[in-house]
Design a binder for this molecule. Structure first.
Ligand SMILES: [Zn+2]
Length: 420
């Protein structure tokens, strides 16, 4: 039987860059591993080579748990890396390559966990659905988005899900804090258009849409979004105060986030909405004022705050700019406190006595948003013990992405505890 480190290496060697040539070879590899262990996978494509693998394992209770991961990765430039990003080489106990952390390592843990359980003849406590998806690194349209609309039946009976971006260790003195995601900020990607009067560039400006647009972008970029502590973020801050033994001052949270370093980054981007101008497009000739100008803004809002977010955006834009959504996604949140969260936490503590599991909200988004649409409550839980020198989120989409084999083995033990 292949080890979790070997499976991770193998997966990294399939170049599943998105955009690129698709996930098919990696998906076929996963399907073969599962089939060889007697788990019958369903393999489907939303478009040629955009391949997803789903498998169901019967457990003692029909209330199913979904474990999903994505097989695609973001691009990597070999010139910037110490080792080739698709080598999957293991050096000094670390597997190197694009996707080691995000999230082929996690997919390898899921596979190693179920193969191990099969080999030992262990049945999961509840039905288990595994999904290895295409296209998470874009919009998920060819992966999770397609799966929940076109292959909805594969997820019948699923109540909860676990996936990426949580359950990893963050050093805190003698302890290790493990943030478990209980929600994500929502996405509001917007295209903004300013309309005006076209004319010669030498004339006094009448109604110049380029000027209107840049003034509005400047207001958005300069806006200080007010702190809005949602219950999960408030709970995290309280837990961190307790764990570090130093109360966190709610009146000066930005400074506190700085003081706490890596721990502070767990709430720094999660205590308010945000909007960043990211694209500008206007004009075609230096001496012509165009009749319109366009910009794109990446907006993110906390669970329950979509209305407030959009009202603020409209105020900042003013009357001359129209907005439309390129993508509008709800901000999902999973129950916390909850007995399932406690199960996740207990499985970590059982393998790491120094573990201090805490709830947190993701600043960005994952496939959990798609599954939330069909009523599946998602938790960010891909258990991983990291050495203090490895910065988990620094490696997400970063260069020299790598994951310790020992960390993957730890995660596999935690998952096995959770499932059996
Ligand atoms: Zn990911």
């Amino acid at each position: 039987m292949k080890s979790v480190g070997e499976i991770c290496s193998d997966l990294i060697r399939f170049d599943t860059t998105n955009p690129g040539s698709g996930e098919r070879p990696a998906a076929e590899y996963v399907a073969t591993l599962l089939a060889d262990a007697g788990i019958q996978p369903v393999v489907f494509e939303s478009a040629p080579k955009r391949t997803t693998v789903v498998a169901r394992i019967e457990g003692d209770s029909p209330e199913a748990l979904l474990i999903h991961g994505h097989l695609d990765v973001v691009p990597a430039d070999p010139a910037e890396w110490r080792l080739h990003p698709f080598s999957g080489e293991i050096v000094d106990g670390d597997v190197y390559g694009r996707g080691a952390v995000d999230m082929k390592g996690s997919c390898a843990m899921t596979i190693a966990t179920v193969l191990g359980m099969k080999a030992r003849g262990e049945k999961p406590r509840r039905d288990l659905v595994l999904a290895f998806l295409a296209d998470e690194e874009a919009t998920g349209e060819y992966g999770a988005g397609y799966a929940v609309t076109e292959r909805r039946e594969l997820f019948d009976g699923v109540t909860e899900a676990i996936s990426e971006s949580g359950g990893y260790s963050v050093p805190s003195g003698e302890d290790r804090v493990y943030p478990i995601a209980v929600g994500e900020r929502g996405t509001a990607w917007m295209k903004l258009t300013a309309h005006g009067v076209a004319g010669h560039g030498s004339r006094p400006p009448i109604d110049n849409p380029v000027a209107t647009l840049v003034h509005a972008m400047s207001r958005i970029a300069g806006h200080t979004w007010p702190v809005r502590l949602t219950p999960s973020v408030a709970a995290l801050i309280e837990e961190l105060s307790r764990i570090t033994g130093q109360p966190i001052d709610l009146e000066r949270l930005d400074a506190e986030a700085e003081r706490l370093g890596k721990l502070g980054s767990l709430f720094k981007a999660q205590m308010r909405n945000s909007a960043n101008p990211t694209m500008l497009n206007a004009g075609y000739k230096v001496n012509v004022v165009p009749s319109s100008a366009e910009a794109h803004v990446d907006g993110r809002y906390l669970p329950g705050l979509q209305e407030e977010f959009l009202a603020t955006i409209d105020e900042l834009l003013g009357p001359k700019i129209t907005r439309e959504f390129v993508s509008l996604e709800e901000a999902p949140s999973a129950p916390y406190p909850s007995s399932f969260f406690d199960e996740l936490a207990a499985s970590l503590v059982a393998e790491d006595p120094l573990a201090r599991p805490v709830p947190y909200v993701m600043s960005g988004g994952t496939d959990a948003k798609s599954f939330d649409r069909i009523g599946i409550k998602g938790y960010g839980f891909a258990p991983l013990m990291l050495r203090p020198d490895l910065d988990y989120f620094g490696m997400f989409h970063g260069k020299d992405e790598r994951v310790p084999v020992a960390g993957l083995e730890f995660g596999t033990r935690v998952l096995t505890r959770l499932l059996t």
